[in-house]
Design a protein around this ligand. Sequence first.
Ligand code: SF4
Ligand code: SF4
Ligand code: SF4
Length: 245
Amino acid sequence: MKPRVAFFDFAGCEGDQLQVVNIEEHLLELLELVEVVSFREAMTEHSDDYDIAFIEGSITRASDEQRLKDIRKNAKLLVAIGACATIGGINSIKNVQDMEDVKQYVYGDGAKHFDTYPTRPIDAVVRVDAYVHGCPIDRKEFLSVVKSLLLGKKPELPNYPVCVECKKAENICVFENGEFCLGPVTRAGCGACCVTQGSICWGCRGFVDDPNKDAEKEVLAKYGLAAKDVIDKFHLYTANSELAK
Ligand code: SF4
Ligand code: SF4
Ligand code: SF4
């Protein structure tokens, strides 16, 4: 019998689930390996009988916690997909602001009806067995993680910085142009796609396990920048990170 998988979403834009739906030529390959029993983005059927739960989105209110714990109880394996689930993601921007101001700004007169609290990643509430990083996730990386799990292996994620891939892509470092970037401390795996496309690395894949803070500070100092300059600019994805505190 094929392993049964289910997808669940918390606070997020559903862009990661969309990536799975759009997995195109690999969709049949995926369906040969697993049986999808719940996936609101793609089907109406639902079952609470599943082996692997994929979780998208972050935890932003007390009522999310029990729902997530119930999913954890049902699943043999739980996988966080996308930056909102793996590191708190864009929703964490509110964590560095006054929560009442945030509620007022978003909900206006209806603010009192919403019980939102500082955003947390999935592993702040339940145990997570595997991660698929990115905003949104990369479809090939998603498949590779699924295959590893089905083989009973721990998925291997790159534990070196985006700069390595950026150099391989022969990009001119944005520091040379007076910009700055989170590539030196961010987990690789995306091929430094944002820099290659003319932007900068915003850190959507989270930090490497043991970011070399000293080296990062040295690079910043060389360009006349302080760590605080970078942290202040990069709250987009890193507000929840220890490194950013
Ligand atoms: S990680 Fe990005 S794509 Fe995924 S739900 Fe969050 S905002 Fe959307
Ligand atoms: S542009 Fe960013 S990711 Fe690329 S080498 Fe420079 S710091 Fe690293
Ligand atoms: S370059 Fe940085 S922001 Fe862009 S996908 Fe890679 S990790 Fe995310």
